[in-house]
Write a protein that binds this ligand. Structure first.
Ligand code: ARG
Length: 581
């Protein structure tokens, strides 16, 4: 079943075309104010301007044509109204809303229908550098990427998750050498690796101050790249340990990435020489200071100097960019992607613009494959500076999650001290993780975002605790009435608050489609927040338990669908719900 917006859009666009002879979008959107109806079409004005006719008259002609088609077969529209400079306001029929909701009651899956144009969508997200512990810089990409993957998948797209972890490069020479040293010294390697952050710091410290060590480290890189078993073995051990650290974070946050989704940088090693050769064959390479570069005219820096994409250093080494070019070829070719989403920090946007342009120019990505950098801003502290520990270090993700759980547990305990401890722990875990995720997802990802414990754990406003509480509250209303709803119960909208709620439910899939298209999860949060608000207004204005049986049943049905919609929406955000709070 297509969305209401979709049906209206098709219907009005068809009449617009029939009346004017031009193919144009009627552009149907949710009405901005109740007096403008439920939806409004504002595409008529542009066509009228084009054709130099009066927009209001044209709008009227389209409405007349819609009505001349006879009574609305599905009974969807109550009436059309021409308004302002040439808008068409659309008022939906209550009866249609009743029937549609009744159908959803039987089959909540129908709330979010599959797309009729399924695509293969690669989502590159999380992708931490394995040399270090995951830190707060990886939080946003991991959470936003996972939400987008869930949304696309739920709409019926074939989603291919790609965790493009950094497992290659000179840092690993340093780490291998440091590991070897610990093993010779008979110190326990597992203990040393338990805290990857300190391990990295200690290795770096020695690298910077001990020239002999640095020399060995550089030699290790060469050995590793040449595939010497003593070196690859110990490297593999490090990677394995580091991955285990990542997986602990993923599990806590319910991130859907698995080992199968790993496509580390090293996966592309064997392709890099070929990529450079291919660029050379297409005459895209220039040698500059011994390095092999691609210069594209559209990328210039200061003083209009052309900016290079370096693909091979003078010592023969390849770079981050080379790997990304190999990855694009693999994704467009072998994985047959129609669309690739790179959920990566905004600071890499020049990198991606350049890589996309080079890939197109070199034929590594066909025009049919969409390449999109889904960028996000920096996570800031409440002091307005990038989020750091008190001593100025990077905050380890796992410690941040521990703190979230601890704070949420305290919150639950202060609200509900009588509850059994194991229950409070469970609620604390769920609310803590939900708070971290929801706070991030509910902000426009393009901007920097302030990480603030007190606002994310507040029960007021567009927050996880508010949403989880709204859901649990509806569930508790439904539990009280369990078994009382008659099998013949029918949904019938009478009060305006019921109508508003019904409409919000039916508009939910429109929001999900918008998120799939534009990749801004905050729209989904806003829609759920509004839905919860509509429910609260409905519940205040419309007696449920005290109402006469058929009205009570109708309202309980409406409450049930609201709960299902909230649960589905939160699931798309990767947030687990609580039946009781
Ligand atoms: N590992 C990189 C980093 O931590 C992110 C990789 C993003 N994906 C990509 N295909 N470049 O900055």
């Amino acid at each position: 079943m297509p969305t209401v917006k979709h049906i209206l859009e098709q219907r009005l666009s068809a009449q617009l075309a029939a009346v004017t002879g031009v193919k144009a979008q009627a552009n149907v959107i949710t009405a901005s104010r109740p007096e403008f109806g439920d939806y409004q079409a504002n595409g008529v004005m542009a066509v009228a301007r084009q054709q130099k006719t009066n927009p209001r008259e044209l709008a009227q002609k389209i409405v007349d044509a819609l009505l001349a088609d006879g009574p609305d077969k599905e009974g969807l529209v109550e009436r059309y109204e021409v308004a302002g400079p040439g808008f068409i306001n659309i008022f939906l029929a209550d009866k249609w809303l009743d029937t549609r909701l009744q159908q959803l009651q039987v089959n909540t899956d129908a709330l979010l229908p599959d797309t009729d144009r399924p695509q293969s969508i690669v989502v590159d997200y999380s992708s931490p550098n394995l040399a270090k512990e995951m830190h707060v810089g990886h939080l946003r990409g991991t959470i936003i990427g996972d939400c987008l993957a869930r949304v696309q998948e739920r709409l019926g797209h074939h989603v291919i998750r790609q965790n493009h972890v950094g497992d290659w490069g000179t840092q690993f020479g340093m780490l291998i050498t440091y590991m070897q040293q610990i093993m010779v010294g008979n110190n326990s390697l597992p203990t040393a690796l338990a805290d990857l952050e300190s391990f990295y710091r200690a290795a770096k410290e020695q690298f910077d101050h001990d020239p002999e060590f640095a020399e060995r480290a550089r030699a290790s890189v060469v050995k590793l790249q040449a595939g010497a078993p003593e070196y690859t073995e110990i490297w593999r051990r490090f990677i394995e340990e580091s991955l285990r650290h990542c997986e602990a974070v993923y599990e806590r946050l319910r991130i859907t990435l698995t080992r199968d989704d790993l496509r580390p940088e090293s996966f592309y090693n064997a392709d890099l020489g070929e990529i450079v050769q291919l660029l050379d064959d297409r005459e895209l390479l220039t040698v500059s200071d011994g390095a092999r570069c691609v210069f594209l005219p559209e990328f210039t820096g200061k003083d209009d100097n052309p900016l290079p994409v370096i693909v091979q250093k003078s010592d023969g080494g390849y770079l981050y960019s080379t790997t990304d070019l190999a990855a694009i070829r693999f994704r467009c070719g072998t994985l047959a992607a129609d669309r690739i989403l790179y959920v990566v920090d905004v600071r890499q946007s020049l990198h991606f613009q350049q890589i996309f342009a080079v890939a197109r120019r070199a034929g590594l990505a066909s025009e049919a494959c969409a390449l999109e950098h889904i960028s996000y801003g920096t996570m800031m502290g409440t002091d307005g500076k990038p989020f750091k520990t008190r001593s100025g270090g990077l905050v380890k993700l796992i410690e941040l999650l521990d703190e979230a759980e601890r704070r949420a547990f305290e919150l639950v305990t202060s609200k509900n001290p009588g509850l059994e401890e194991s229950r409070r722990r469970h609620i604390g875990r769920t609310v803590g993780m939900a708070a971290v995720k929801y706070a991030d997802l509910s902000k426009n990802r393009s901007s920097d975002y302030v990480f603030d414990w007190s606002s994310m754990l507040s029960f007021e406003g567009n927050t996880a605790p508010y949403m989880l509480y709204a859901y649990a509250r509806i569930k508790s209303i439904l539990r009280k009435q369990d078994g009382m709803i008659s099998v013949e119960a029918r949904l019938r909208i009478t009060a305006p608050e019921e109508r508003e709620l019904a409409l919000k439910i039916l508009q939910f899939p429109e929001t999900v489609e918008l998120v799939a298209r534009e990749c801004y999860p905050n729209h989904l949060c806003s829609a759920l927040y509004e839905l919860a608000g509509s429910f609260m207004r409905f519940y205040e204005a419309c007696p449920v338990l005290k109402a006469e049986a058929s009205v009570r049943d109708s309202r309980l049905l409406l409450a049930g669908i609201t709960a299902e919609t909230l649960r589905l929406g939160l699931e798309l955000l990767g947030i687990e719900t609580l039946e009781q709070m």
